[in-house]
Design a protein around this ligand. Structure first.
Ligand SMILES: Cc1cc2nc3c(=O)[nH]c(=O)nc-3n(C[C@H](O)[C@H](O)[C@H](O)COP(=O)(O)OP(=O)(O)OC[C@H]3O[C@@H](n4cnc5c(N)ncnc54)[C@H](O)[C@@H]3O)c2cc1C
Length: 404
């Protein structure tokens, strides 16, 4: 039997679930299919073994509008200042919430608890039905629609939808099935993410320190602990994974320096191989990509979810003004509205990697000068802070201060 829905969202990760909430808020019917079973309820306290995510100011506004933020506010770390520097060079740039005229540049939350908060809201939705575990197997064109074949625990079923939203991550099956190609780039780097304690406090300040081997970031958490993101070249993956805690802390300390005193008490270590995967188009007839299915970035700029959330909210905003959610004009409008934000964030993340990692000593004075110039020019600092907070191009209304 085939069922019919307006919108089929494939993928219930952070972005697909946010998309579902945004559609529910405007009263549009949708079905969300997610390959993994629903997660067990998470204890609502941060844990040293969590992986942390930076939420830009715009994303916090949007999560508030989606009704998710109250669950997170209490446990979220606050970023009011960011300090960017490079080991062995004189330049240093500082961005602050005061410069940008906001209370915080961003917040830091454990990804597990963000997922759990989105799940709790999803369970209250009136217009969105979630199927999980349920996996998209195939898509066939139908009359002004796609007919999807979905594998569920009870056997295969068919869903016909006027719009298919690919929120199924960097290996997107939707993207392949609707014929959108990808460009991939391997950074030959991997990230180790952990939580540590620092001897000295620097309240509400995030640090990004570059070196020839890649950046190291320290994010403020709510309880004086810090999220650590350490980049190493891919060929050191096995060596760093095999290190004991003391060796790992010594490596992080060597890369970051002693500004915050001695590092200690590391939580679990999560390794991630870094690849950039870019869809060659954001739309196909009656299909659209959001989040990592559209673009998976280097995590250095902490922008992936933030950008994906703006994809989802822009799409929901356009759908709220249309009868047919898969109309070609709507999809064109989506692609053109997302372009400046996407291009800007890609250039920012990729440029940051170049600034962070190019080992050429000849570039060192230029790099220092660039950081010092940024530090000394308030309007430039303000402009960069605004972009980092998620305000580029035409931002979705839900991300704006004061709401839609
Ligand atoms: C180390 C690290 C640190 C990061 N830090 C930050 C940060 O600080 N800030 C930030 O904004 N971003 C950050 N990111 C990026 C961010 O985590 C991702 O951009 C975001 O989680 C992507 O979410 P998504 O929902 O698009 O994709 P995914 O999380 O990949 O979700 C895709 C979902 O689709 C499902 N799926 C796949 N195929 C199918 C199918 N055929 N049928 C049904 N379901 C399917 C999968 O099960 C999965 O649940 C970081 C990433 C890394 C690796």
């Amino acid at each position: 039997m085939t069922r019919h829905t307006d919108i089929l969202i494939v993928g219930g990760g952070l972005v697909g679930t946010s998309m579902a909430l945004a559609l529910d808020a405007i009263g549009r019917d949708a079905v969300l299919v997610e390959a993994s079973p629903p997660p067990a309820a998470a204890t609502p306290v941060a844990d040293d073994n969590d992986r942390n995510l930076v939420l830009a100011h715009a994303s916090v506004n949007a999560l508030r509008v989606l009704g998710v933020w109250p669950d997170l506010e209490r446990i979220a770390g606050t970023i009011r200042r960011v300090e960017i520097s490079r080991a062995g060079e004189f330049g240093r740039a500082r961005l602050s919430a005061d410069d940008a005229g906001v209370d915080a540049l961003g917040r830091v939350v454990p990804g597990r608890l963000l997922g759990a908060a989105l799940e709790r809201r999803l369970a209250q939705c009136m217009h969105v039905q979630r199927l999980a575990p349920a996996k998209l197997l195939a898509l066939e064109p139908a009359d002004s629609a796609w007919r999807a074949r979905i594998a569920t625990a009870g056997g295969d079923c068919g869903i016909e939808a006027r719009l298919v939203v690919g929120a199924d991550g960097s290996g997107s099956n939707v993207r392949a099935l609707v014929g959108i190609g990808v460009q991939e780039h391997d950074y030959a780097q991997c990230l180790f993410v952990s939580t540590i304690a620092c001897e000295r406090d620097a309240p509400e300040c995030a640090f990004e320190r570059f070196s020839d081997e890649g950046p190291v970031a320290l994010l403020p958490l709510s309880d004086r602990r810090r999220g650590l993101v350490l980049t190493v070249s891919a060929r050191r993956h096995d060596e760093v994974l095999a290190m004991d805690d003391a060796q790992f802390l010594a490596l992080a300390q060597h890369r970051f320096g002693w500004k915050l005193g001695a590092f200690g008490r590391p939580g679990r270590r999560f390794p991630h191989r870094i690849r950039r995967v870019l869809a060659e188009a954001l739309t196909a007839p009656r299909a659209v990509l959001v989040g990592n299915a559209a673009q998976a970035l280097h995590p250095i700029g902490a922008q992936g979810f933030n950008l994906g959330l703006r994809d989802a909210l822009t799409l929901a905003e356009l759908i709220s003004q249309a009868d047919d959610p898969g109309a070609p004009t709507l999809l064109q409008e989506y692609a053109s509205r997302r372009q400046p934000d996407r291009d800007g964030v890609l250039a920012f993340s990729h440029g940051l990697v170049a600034l962070a990692c190019l080992a050429q000593p000849a570039l060192s004075p230029l790099r220092s000068l660039a950081l010092a110039t940024l530090d000394g020019v308030p309007p430039l600092r303000r402009a960069i802070a605004r972009r980092g907070m998620g305000f580029r191009g035409v931002p979705p209304a839900a991300t704006l201060d004061g709401g839609p």
